[in-house]
Design a protein around this ligand. Structure first.
Ligand code: F6P
Length: 352
């Protein structure tokens, strides 16, 4: 088993679900935990684990195995000592006579998991990420816990924003997709939500702030995704965007939006970045249950010898999704989705 990529809540709950299911089957099971993600599998860094290691971890955030990012882009490149990483992973898998590799990961990790499947390994995966952007599943574990934390941040900002009559920006995680920002923004009562899938026009953002003031609201709260972008930037080619980002003078887009609002309106604007707190702490009850269910179903697939699947969630059912369908695709928010329409009906502006 290994946990790969950015961590999130309920990784431990999911692993516990797998192990409990295998242990309760009455079969003689050996569990190896690879440390720090694929790095552990590449370099043979692992621990043999027993049921005891998984006891008491349902509520614990982070991952007992540690995690790291091993970019898929360079997975075929030899490491600094000339080691073939894919070959090393296969060697370690066969040396330990493993029946199955269980990978808990997000997008990049699924590309590598699928590659290992193509290379002949038995692989079962579980969808983790606070971003909820994994294709093939309506929900990833970690997401609901992160929504809770980002919402709490917006709730706290609400009271101080109201006292001071300021414009506040809360920057929410998500470089490529806006699921977390949209959900936390709606739950926290944000007035403006900026997400990567709906490029914004700064003049529309300002118009909304001014409208609110005209209607007697002295403060405005914006929930801005890390990856939100203006219409101008969205129009750029990949190459031009890269050049633009090289000369970018702000720590992130929220600070740019703040500077533009301040400059064009003279209003006081503050930025709050909850950052990695969104990935930290205990999983919320939803994630504990959800990750445990996914883990249990993964355990059952292993017992049945059904490999090459991600255990996901579709239309309120736990499903198995072929890994080659999942790998390499992102689940974006559809700007035409009804939730966007409903948010707009509630008066939320997306700056479009
Ligand atoms: O993929 C999860 C995530 O938390 C994103 O929301 C965020 O943009 C990114 O990881 C942060 O990555 P890192 O932990 O490497 O700074």
């Amino acid at each position: 088993m290994l946990t790969s990529g950015g961590d999130c809540q309920a990784l431990n709950a999911a692993m516990r679900g797998v192990v409990k299911t295998l242990a309760n089957s009455g079969q003689d099971v050996e569990i190896y935990g690879f440390l720090e993600g694929y790095r552990g599998l590449i370099y043979g860094n692992f621990q043999m684990l027993t049921g005891k290691d998984f006891s008491g971890i349902l509520t614990k955030g982070g991952t007992i195995l540690g995690s790291s990012r091993t970019p898929f882009k360079t997975i075929r490149d030899p490491d600094e000592n000339g080691l073939d990483k894919v070959d090393a992973m296969k060697q370690n898998y066969y040396k330990l006579r493993l029946d199955c590799l269980v990978v808990l990961g997000g997008n990049g990790s699924h590309k590598t998991a699928n590659l290992l499947r193509e290379e002949g390994l038995n692989v079962v995966t579980l969808p983790k990420t606070i971003d909820n952007d994994l294709w093939g599943t309506d929900m990833t574990f970690g997401f609901q816990s992160a929504v809770d934390i980002a919402t709490y941040a917006i709730d706290c900002i609400h009271t101080t924003a109201a006292s001071h009559g300021r414009v506040f920006i809360v920057e929410v995680m998500g470089h490529k997709v806006g699921w977390l920002t949209l959900n936390a923004g709606m739950a926290g009562g944000a007035d403006i939500i900026l997400i990567p899938e709906i490029p914004y026009d700064i003049n529309k953002v300002i118009k909304k702030i001014e409208e609110r003031e005209k209607n007697g609201s002295k403060f405005t709260i914006l929930a801005v995704a890390e990856g939100a972008m203006s219409k101008e930037v969205a129009k750029m080619s990949k190459k031009d965007r890269k050049k633009y980002m090289e000369n970018y003078k702000y720590p992130s887009v929220s600070y740019e939006v703040a500077a533009q609002i301040q400059e064009k309106t003279g209003r006081e604007v503050r930025v709050t970045v909850p950052g990695h707190t969104q990935r930290g702490g205990s999983p919320c009850p939803y994630d504990r249950v959800f990750a445990s269910r996914l883990g249990a179903e993964a355990g059952e697939l292993i017992l049945k010898g059904e490999y090459g699947f991600m255990v996901g969630y579709k239309n309120r059912e736990i499903v198995k999704v072929p890994l080659d369908e999942v790998a390499g695709k992102l689940k974006y928010l559809d700007p035409e989705a009804t939730i966007i329409k409903e948010a707009k009906l509630l008066g939320i502006s997306f700056g479009d």
